[in-house]
Design a protein around this ligand. Structure first.
Ligand code: TYD
Ligand code: ZN
Length: 424
């Protein structure tokens, strides 16, 4: 069952197509469409092509509360099938990131308290909470995916397999007491029922507790035209403006923000009960920056649409030229994001021979919609292509460090974020 396998909150996902904002109820309509889109993580075999699921991927901006959201989400059964299991801890880089996240929370909000309690929503395999477990801090992971939760427990991270909402939050508070910190990473943007989470946070959080979460950041997406952040699982792309407004409605105040480099540009938001804690000057600074960037104005999203069209045209012009010149092009990283890129732009197996990816469950399958074969890195290393299209652009630094022999041997890279370019 999909709900056992997946690590976030799919149970609220309807098969709806919205005409009103999920946060404030104001009328919304899409400012563009990426067209018919398959499930971003729906890697499949040729015999499954005929039954592939598609939906229309179309984002909208609510000019009342400033929330950026997609209007249609596929049915959860289509999104999360039995092979879908994402384990966070496979990347050393992400392990370090979450240790730093945990250390920061500990220093600022946990240290010196008599018996602190930390909860994480969508705690996955315990990549963040294990840092609290190691320090002997009372913690609880809330991870709906049973198999992923089991891995966390085997790592010594106390975890329950339930969906977080007002009722579960009250149960947790009864059993464990109120939480000094509730954390979430790359989870909030997946949950359509942001209201339900806010109610849960309210009933679980101690009076002076904090709710700290991070997700891909709208400001980066607009600045870099990284439209590939938009796919079925990302219901929302948050900004400080939209987060402050969404939680203000529930008596929670944005008290701090901190930009992160992960996932191509993320933001960490810290919230507390209104008036309970001082508000950092970083909040007013980022709100002013977002207004200056126009994140509160519909025209910004019209411009974003035009930038997406330019990016698509430039990428396809380049790929068509390379194909005509008989060059070999291989993709690097079969990311969720690349599903939007390939299907919106019209990339085919004639343009990209295969995609190299280190994830065993993706290998031997084809990418959703575009049907480009995914192969192990050994295939890339054995026959280095003329050009490598960097779909995992968010890991550029790490990948460049690992691929010096390809690059030094004359291999060329193609990126499309923030614009289509060949390097070095
Ligand atoms: P990820 O960064 O999680 O992006 P998304 O959220 O869009 O899926 O995915 C990175 C993908 O790239 C993952 O499938 C693993 C792959 N990858 C490689 O194949 N080699 C590498 O060196 C790196 C860093 C990632
Ligand atoms: Zn709204």
């Amino acid at each position: 069952m999909y709900e056992r396998q997946y690590s976030v909150y799919v149970w609220h996902v309807g098969d709806f197509k919205l005409d009103s904002c999920r946060v404030c109820g104001a009328p919304i309509s899409p400012f563009m469409s990426f067209g018919q889109m398959p499930i971003a993580n729906g890697f499949l075999r040729p015999e499954e092509f005929a039954d592939e699921y598609f939906f229309e991927l179309a984002p909208a901006f609510c000019s009342s509360c400033h929330m950026f959201q997609i209007v249609e989400q596929p049915e959860p059964q289509a999104m999360f099938h039995e092979n879908y299991a994402f384990f966070s801890s496979t990347s050393k880089y992400m392990q370090d990131h979450f240790k730093a996240f945990a250390d920061d929370v500990s220093e600022r909000f946990i240290a010196g308290r008599p018996s602190p309690f930390v909860v994480e929503l969508g705690s996955n395999d315990g990549i963040m909470l294990r840092n609290f477990a190691a320090a002997g801090i009372h913690h609880l992971g809330v991870e709906p995916s049973a198999n992923v939760a089991e891995v966390a427990r085997s790592n010594g991270v106390e975890t329950i397999s339930v969906f977080f909402g007002a009722e579960t939050a009250a149960d947790i508070a009864d059993q464990h007491g109120k939480a000094n910190a509730i954390l979430a990473a790359n989870v909030m943007c997946h949950i359509p029922d942001i209201q339900g989470v806010a109610l849960g946070v309210r009933s679980l959080l101690a009076d002076d507790g904090v709710f700290v979460f991070e997700d891909p950041y709208l400001g980066d997406m607009i600045e870099k035209t990284s439209y590939d952040q938009i796919y079925d699982e990302h219901v929302f792309i948050f900004s400080a403006l939209s987060v402050a407004e969404a939680f203000r409605r529930h008596g929670l105040e944005l008290i701090d923000v901190a930009p992160q480099v992960t996932h191509g540009g993320s933001m960490r938001y810290t919230l507390a009960f209104e008036g309970a804690r001082p508000v950092s000057s970083a909040v007013e600074t980022i709100l002013a920056k977002e207004r200056a960037q126009g994140l509160d104005k519909p025209e910004t999203y019209d411009r974003f649409r035009m930038n997406c069209e330019t990016s698509r045209r430039d990428l396809m012009t380049l790929l068509n030229e390379l194909r005509e010149a008989g060059k070999r092009v291989v993709g690097y990283g079969a990311t969720s994001k690349s599903t939007t890129t390939m299907n919106y732009c019209g990339v085919t197996p004639d343009h990209v021979e295969f995609i190299s990816d280190t994830t065993p469950i993706k290998q031997g399958k084809c990418t959703p919609g575009a049907h480009i074969p995914v192969k192990p890195h050994a295939d890339f290393a054995a026959a280095p292509p003329d050009y490598t299209l960097l779909f995992a652009w968010n890991h550029q630094r790490e990948i460049m460090a690992n691929e010096t022999s390809y690059t030094d041997g004359g291999g060329k890279w193609i990126t499309y974020i923030p614009k289509v370019e060949i390097f070095p």
